[in-house]
Design a protein around this ligand. Structure first.
Ligand SMILES: *Cc1c(COP(=O)(O)O)cnc(C)c1O
Length: 217
C-alpha cells in the first residue's frame, strides 16, 4: 500500500477498462490522518486531496498550501448551509451537493463572492436512510434545478451501501450522469476503486489504502 502502489493500480485499471492513461483523478483522502502522513504524500509530489469536514480542513490546509504549490482540496463529506461560505473559500471542488436548500445557498454565495467551486451532486444510490444524497428517482429534477440556479455542476458522486455489490451502484450513477450530460463521476474508495474505474469513474476517493488505517481514538 501507499501512493505509488495505488497509482500503479489505477493505471492498470484504466488500461483494463480501455480508458486513456491519466483519465482518472486520485483524490487522496486525508481526513483524520496525522499531518506527518499527509506531508509525506505531499513530499512524494501528490497534490489532490479530499477532506470530509470543513473545520478539520480549515485547520490544516491553509498551512500546507503555503508550503506546497498547486495543492487542490475537495470536500467529500456533508455540508451544512451555515458552513457553505467557509467551504467555498477552502475547497476547489465540493462533492456533496445533496439538497435544494444547499443549492440555493451556494448560488446566493456564488453571486456574492464572484466564484463557485465546481460541484458534484451526491446521489443516494442505495436509498439508505442514514446516507446523504438525492434519491435516484429525484436526481434528474435536482440536476435541472441546480443548473437553473447557474451552479457549475460537473458530475455525480455516490457512496454505495457497505453490504452490496458496488458495481451496480457505480453503473446506476454512470447511467444517471450520462442521460443528464454530466461527465464527472466521483466514485470508488480503497476497497472498490478498480471496479469504479471499470464503470467510468473520473475521480476516485482513496484514503486508508494510501495513508494507512484512520485512528479515531
Ligand atoms: C473517508 C471517505 C473516503 C475514503 O475511504 P477509504 O475507505 O479510506 O478509502 C471516500 N469517500 C468518502 C466520502 C469518505 O468519507
Amino acid at each position: 500500500m501507499g501512493l505509488e502502489e495505488i497509482c500503479a493500480r489505477i493505471a492498470k485499471a484504466e488500461k483494463n477498462a480501455g480508458r486513456e492513461a491519466g483519465s482518472v483523478k486520485l483524490i487522496a483522502v486525508s481526513k483524520v490522518q496525522p499531518n506527518e502522513r499527509v506531508e509525506a504524500v505531499l513530499e512524494e509530489g501528490h497534490r489532490l486531496f479530499g477532506e470530509n469536514k470543513v473545520q478539520e480542513a480549515a485547520g490544516k490546509w491553509p498551512d500546507f498550501r503555503e508550503r506546497f504549490e498547486g495543492v487542490e482540496v475537495h470536500l467529500i463529506g456533508p455540508l451544512q448551509t451555515n458552513k457553505a461560505r467557509q467551504a467555498m473559500e477552502l475547497f476547489e471542488v465540493i462533492h456533496s451537493l445533496d439538497r435544494p436548500k444547499l443549492a440555493k445557498t451556494l448560488a446566493r454565495l456564488a453571486d456574492e463572492l464572484g466564484h463557485c467551486p465546481d460541484l458534484f451532486i451526491q446521489v443516494n444510490t442505495g436509498e439508505e436512510d442514514q446516507k446523504a444524497g438525492v434519491m435516484p428517482g429525484e436526481a434528474d429534477a435536482f440536476i435541472a434545478e441546480c443548473r437553473d440556479l447557474g451552479l457549475p455542476v460537473i458530475g455525480l458522486m455516490c457512496i454505495p451501501p457497505v453490504d452490496e455489490e458496488p458495481s451496480l451502484h457505480f453503473a446506476l450513477l454512470a447511467k444517471i450522469a450520462e442521460r443528464n450530460g454530466l461527465k464527472g463521476l466521483s466514485m470508488g474508495m480503497s476497497g472498490d476503486f478498480e471496479k469504479a474505474i471499470a464503470q467510468g469513474a473520473t475521480h476516485v476517493r482513496v484514503g486508508s489504502a494510501i495513508f494507512g488505517e484512520r485512528d479515531y481514538g
